[in-house]
Write a protein that binds this ligand. Structure first.
Ligand code: Z5A
Length: 207
C-alpha cells in the first residue's frame, strides 16, 4: 500500500520548476507533511548516470527509441528505489518532472506515438500515477530566455523552436486529457504571483 501522495512539477525550459520545488516543499512541511524531493530523469545513481548521457550534447546521436527506453529505464530505477519506498512509508514525493514530460518531449517534441509511451508507462509504473501535477506554462520564448541566461544549452535545449512549441502543445494536451490531476499554473508572471497560484492549487488538494 502506498500511503503518501505523489506530486509532480512539469513544464518546458526555464518556466521555474526548480525555483518552485523548495517553495512547495516548505509549504507542505508547514502542514506537517514529510516530503521527499527528487527529479527526472534521475533520482538514483544509475538514473543520474542515464540523465548525464541524455543531456550531454557530446553524446553520440541517440536514436528516438534509445532515448525513450533510457528515460523509462531511469524511471524504473527511480520508482523502485526512491518513489515507491517513500510513498509506502507515508512520505509525500515531489518530483521535478515525470511521465507527462515523456508525452511532451518524446511524444510532442520527437513525434513518437502516445500509444508507445503508454505501453511503457503501464509496464514500468503499473497503475501508479501522480496524484497532482502542477504544469507551469509560459510562452516558450520567456522560458528559453530565462534558461539561457542561467546555463549553456543541454542536448534538449539545443533543439529548434518548433520542437519546444510541440512540447508545450503536448503538455497542454495532457492537461486537457487529465483535468482532475493536472493544474495549469501561469508561469509568465512575477514569481510571487506564480507562487500564489501554486498555493491555491495545493490548498485545494490538501482539502
Ligand atoms: N526529459 C525528457 O525528454 N523526457 C522525460 O520524460 C523527462 C525529461 C522526465 C531535463 O532537464 C531534460 O530531460 C528536459 C526534458 C528531458 N529538457 N531539457 N532541457 P531539466 O529537468 O533540467 O529541465 P529544464 O527545463 O532544462 O530545467 P531548467 O532549465 O532548470 O528549468 P526550470 O527548472 O523550469 O526553471 P528554473 O531553473 O526554476 O528557472 C530558470 C530561471 O528563471 C532562473 O534563473 C530563475 O530564477 C528564473 N525564474 C523562475 N521563475 C521566474 C519568474 N516567475 N519570473 C522571473 N524569473 C523567474
Amino acid at each position: 500500500m502506498l500511503h503518501g501522495k505523489f506530486i509532480t512539477l512539469e513544464g518546458g525550459e526555464g518556466v521555474g520548476k526548480t525555483t518552485n520545488l523548495t517553495f512547495i516543499k516548505t509549504y507542505l512541511e508547514a502542514h506537517d507533511i514529510s516530503v521527499v524531493v527528487t527529479r527526472e530523469p534521475g533520482g538514483t545513481p544509475l538514473a543520474e548516470n542515464l540523465r548525464q548521457l541524455l543531456l550531454d550534447p557530446a553524446s553520440e546521436a541517440i536514436s528516438e527509441h534509445a532515448e525513450l527506453l533510457m528515460i523509462f529505464a531511469a524511471r524504473a530505477q527511480h520508482l523502485k528505489h526512491v518513489i515507491e519506498p517513500a510513498l509506502a512509508r507515508g512520505d509525500w514525493v515531489l518530483s521535478d518532472r515525470f511521465t507527462d514530460a515523456t508525452y511532451a518531449y518524446q511524444g510532442g517534441g520527437r513525434n513518437m506515438r502516445a500509444s508507445t509511451i503508454t505501453a511503457l508507462e503501464n509496464l514500468v509504473q503499473g497503475t501508479l500515477r501522480p496524484d497532482l501535477t502542477l504544469l507551469l506554462d509560459a510562452p516558450i520564448e520567456i522560458g528559453m530566455a530565462r534558461a539561457r541566461s542561467r546555463s549553456t544549452a543541454d542536448r534538449f535545449e539545443a533543439e529548434k523552436m518548433s520542437f519546444f512549441e510541440n512540447v508545450r502543445r503536448a503538455y497542454l494536451l495532457q492537461a486537457e486529457l487529465f483535468p482532475e490531476r493536472i493544474k495549469i499554473i501561469k508561469a509568465n508572471q512575477a514569481l510571487v504571483d506564480v507562487q500564489n497560484e501554486i498555493i491555491s492549487s495545493l490548498s485545494t488538494f490538501l482539502r
